[in-house]
Design a protein around this ligand. Structure first.
Ligand code: HEM
Length: 415
């Protein structure tokens, strides 16, 4: 992994050669000091997306995700300038002062969307771009927000408390006064809420798309009954962090985020299929439900998608998306969670990756269009992983800056 010192040396030299030293705050990310603020008093990871070393693990060393999630989708309500950036930075520090950086406290990321960079007139020079439709059967809303505040915690009330302090009028947060609010700069344009973890799906069975019998296993961590996020099926935080480079130095140390909303049809999933069918569709026809239960920290798949299509007329979700691996490693760090937003069962598929291209490649691998040549029974939705049971509703892309550059990344501060 590149060291922070190495990064700063590289950034300083690029700033010098480009004649930009002292002019662009994103070239020299010094924790808000270039905005005229004192250094951030909290000692927190440089990456806003750093969580892994703070998470608990299960008996096999797999990280356990925070249980409750909210993503606030934001529109910029102020002119991009130093004063707005100072307000945002002070507001984010207010959240940081209130809660520890751990699941029992709060994790947060402030991400920025294509329309923000468009407003700065430099969308083409950023790692983010507007989303596209990658499905032939679904017609998702292609969304473009100015920014997104991603919150996650094991304590559900914390998410609403932060929202009220940042966008409402609550005068204190975690016992500390609130003097600066994100609501001074942003308006909330949408909310995505949800949960992941043992027992939570079974507590949310009153939504549309969920069978009214007790089909959802009591202890399942996800609506579809399986667990997700085994160590070896995830990209690491280093791997999804944007490397420096001539074009990327300005954005180095950050990552990109894709956020896609799927609704789920769980009645058909549980009533129409047996345990074997569900394991085959989620993973691969080579696995039995017992095999799946026995996975420790990896999915030991045989990498025979086309053979499975020919022999079984079914291909699994996992074996398809794993085709997008590079050097044996997945490209995405998935932080998806279940939802009942809109009164309907679903998934907010939130993933971090170095490049939006990595997301697109994996999303297309999930389509599995090529396996239609190997089996007439496989269509764009039928017998094709889990596609028959999910519908893509909306999708959006963001850039997640490193913490020192989180307030108006890419803004030239000259005041
Ligand atoms: C929407 C409903 C979805 C559900 C319920 C779901 C569920 C799962 C499950 C259970 C696994 C295997 C276990 C594990 O994670 O360790 C998995 C793996 C994976 N999924 Fe999904 N997934 C969904 C959507 C997506 C989407 C939209 C993408 C990408 C665009 C995706 C990409 C992946 C990747 C990259 C892996 C790991 C593959 C590897 O090991 O290389 N999934 N998913």
């Amino acid at each position: 992994m590149r060291s922070r010192r190495h990064l700063l040396t590289r950034l300083a030299s690029v700033a010098g050669t480009a004649g930009l030293a002292g002019c662009s705050r994103s070239i020299l990310p010094t924790a808000g000091t270039e905005l005229g603020l004192p250094p951030n008093p909290r000692k927190l990871p440089e990456r806003q997306h750093a969580q892994k070393e703070f998470l608990r693990t299960d008996g096999n060393g797999n990280p356990i995700a925070p249980r409750h999630h909210t993503v606030l989708l934001l529109e910029l309500d102020a002119t991009p300038r130093a004063e707005s950036a100072r307000t945002v930075e002070r507001a984010m520090r207010t959240i940081e002062a209130a809660y520890e950086w751990r699941p029992e406290g709060l994790f947060h990321m402030l991400a920025w969307g294509p329309s923000y960079f468009e407003r700065l007139g430099r969308l083409d020079a950023t790692p983010v771009r507007r989303p596209e439709n990658h499905s032939r059967t679904d017609d998702p809303r292609l969304e473009d927000f100015g920014a997104a505040l991603v919150l996650s915690s094991d304590i559900p009330s914390r998410l609403r408390t932060v929202e009220r302090a940042m966008f409402g009028s609550a005068s204190s947060l975690g016992g500390k006064p609130v003097d600066h609010r994100l609501g001074e700069v942003f308006a909330v344009a949408g909310r995505r809420t949800g949960f992941i973890g043992k027992g939570l799906p079974a507590e949310h069975t009153d939504a549309e798309g969920i069978p009214d019998d007790a089909s959802i296993p009591e202890h399942a961590p996800m609506f579809m009954g399986f667990r997700s996020g085994l160590s070896e099926t995830q990209a690491g935080e280093d791997a999804v962090t944007i490397e420096g480079g001539i074009l990327n130095d300005r954005f180095a140390g950050g990552t990109t985020m894709a956020l896609t909303h799927f609704t789920q049809s769980l009645s058909e999933w549980f009533r129409g299929l047996g345990d074997d069918d569900r394991a085959a569709r989620m993973f691969s026809p080579e696995f039995s439900p017992t095999d799946v239960t026995d996975f420790a920290d990896s999915v030991p798949f045989s990498d025979q998608v086309r053979e499975h299509a020919t022999e079984h007329d079914i291909v699994g979700h996992h074996e398809k998306v794993a085709q997008a691996r590079e050097n044996g490693k997945p490209l995405l760090l998935r932080r998806d969670f279940n939802t009942t937003d809109g009164g309907r069962a679903g998934v907010h598929f939130l993933s971090l990756q170095e490049s939006i291209d990595d997301f697109v490649e994996t999303r297309r691998a999930m389509n599995g269009w090529y396996v239609r040549d190997d089996s007439e029974a496989i269509t764009d939705r039928n017998n094709n992983g889990i596609l028959e049971f999910i519908t893509e509703v909306a999708t959006a892309n963001f850039y997640v800056p490193p913490r020192p550059d989180r307030s108006f990344p890419g803004l030239q501060v000259e005041e």
